[in-house]
Write a new protein. Sequence first.
Lengths: 225, 316
Amino acid sequence: MRRAHVFLVIAAAAALLAVVGPRPKAEAATARNLTLLYIDEDRFRNYDFTDRAVTPYGVDWPIALVFGNNATIDRVKARLGNEYDQTGGPMYGRMTDNAGSGGVGGGYVWDDDSGGKTTKCPGAPFQPDSARHYRIYADGDDRLYNLAWGYYVFGSTHWDRWECGGDTAWFGWSENAEGWLAWRWSTNGYSAAEDWASFYNWEPYRVEGTHVWENDGYATWFWVF
Amino acid sequence: VGKRRLRHLVLGLLTPSWVVAAALAPAAATAGDRVVFRLPRPLQLQNRVAFSYPLPEGARQGPRDWYTIRLHYRLTFAPDSSAGHAWVMADTNRRTCAQVEYTLVRGQRGLRYRRTTVDLEHGQLERRSTSTRDDVRFANYLQEAGVKGGSNELSIRVERTRGVKLRRLQILGVSVVRTARTPYPFQLRPSLITGDVGAGERFRVAVELRNVGGTPLHGVVVREQHDSRRLERLSGPTVRHGPLWETGRVVFDFRARREGRHRITFLGDSDRNHPIAVVEVRVGGRRGGRTTTVVVVAALAALLGGLAIALSRRTG
């Protein structure tokens, strides 16, 4: 009977967590090197943001992923869906596509994405402690186009640990998460070039609240065909 | 994903397919355009088909000659198709230059789809339909790595997610066309108006605006970016220009804060393209400061000299 009670309590806690959902996501953090990147005539910010505001004090993670040649948001997610099959909370990317809608104001747009995640609620009962999480961004038609990169999307990635309980939550180690994403891409049969180009967003190891920064400033290229 | 700034082409059920085709029609060929590959005859596409065609040695994408693809197809989804995605694509040397994405949804009224494209001729286009048919004319500039001298390969293919069924996909025409029409008609050329610049001095940068596209550009805006520790901007950060037919000019005012080489980046926006240009400003020593020092020293010397003369007269 006691075992049954314990099981029921755990099940109730799990159900409650499932209803309540994860604790608040990583707080906004401070970017050391927020800037605008140019490729051909496209432009995008080298960090994603916790809100629709361009400020170094409201960033989430460094942009470290480019899926190029024949990418769309859905094509990329379909290729990573065998492991990154859950979603998280949304963040925001900022960009203008030369082939997009232009005009006054530069045609800058925001895109929000909840991304793909390896575990919905890490730290919840019966769930792993940690999850890897990526988000990818593009404008209204879910991809950008230029003559150098073809059809592409860009994004960020990081770890979420004890997000739903178990211990003190933290988020980050994006460089490590980038390597894991490249590994998954390769094992799924596609090619990736790790640390292929500087995105000028180097972040040495430092802890800022629940944010654990660590990024070498070089993005990985994921070839999509 | 995201809030859209698309040019919507939401067309109803009864819209004839030729209207859609006209809306998507590629830009008219201009004098000097040359077809370097043309599909010999229409074909039914199952999965993939490939062709090879030669280009002259040294062929490359721009800046004089530009290579484009023109694709025309008709597609019919099976009425019992599941929801999901389908993509009709073309690649040159495995570099994708045409990518048409269909998102299929099954509702109470049956199958409907959203079709999206993006290209350097039209930007983003979207069509939503409750029909199972589509007729598409698509044009785009090839990727840089999709153009090379010698033998080139063009492939056309279709992919779909599980359960998405095509009844028919007819490729009615495909061609690769060499053209002189640039995808970058809006160009910026910044230059320093003032000659030598010293620290603390004001200077001006003129940005020449050029439209080499033949049709007027709208929504023309030029903005600048600089390091505020090195330079101070005295004019507004953004200059708007009316419709640009051929050439125009805008001017920005600055003051140099310190010596050294400083870069100013100019970002252009228009309804066609978004050029970027950089000008480097060499700032010398504080020339105005030296002059002031010389004047002050001379004044002091004159004062002291006057005092000395006055004192010598008194004592004398």
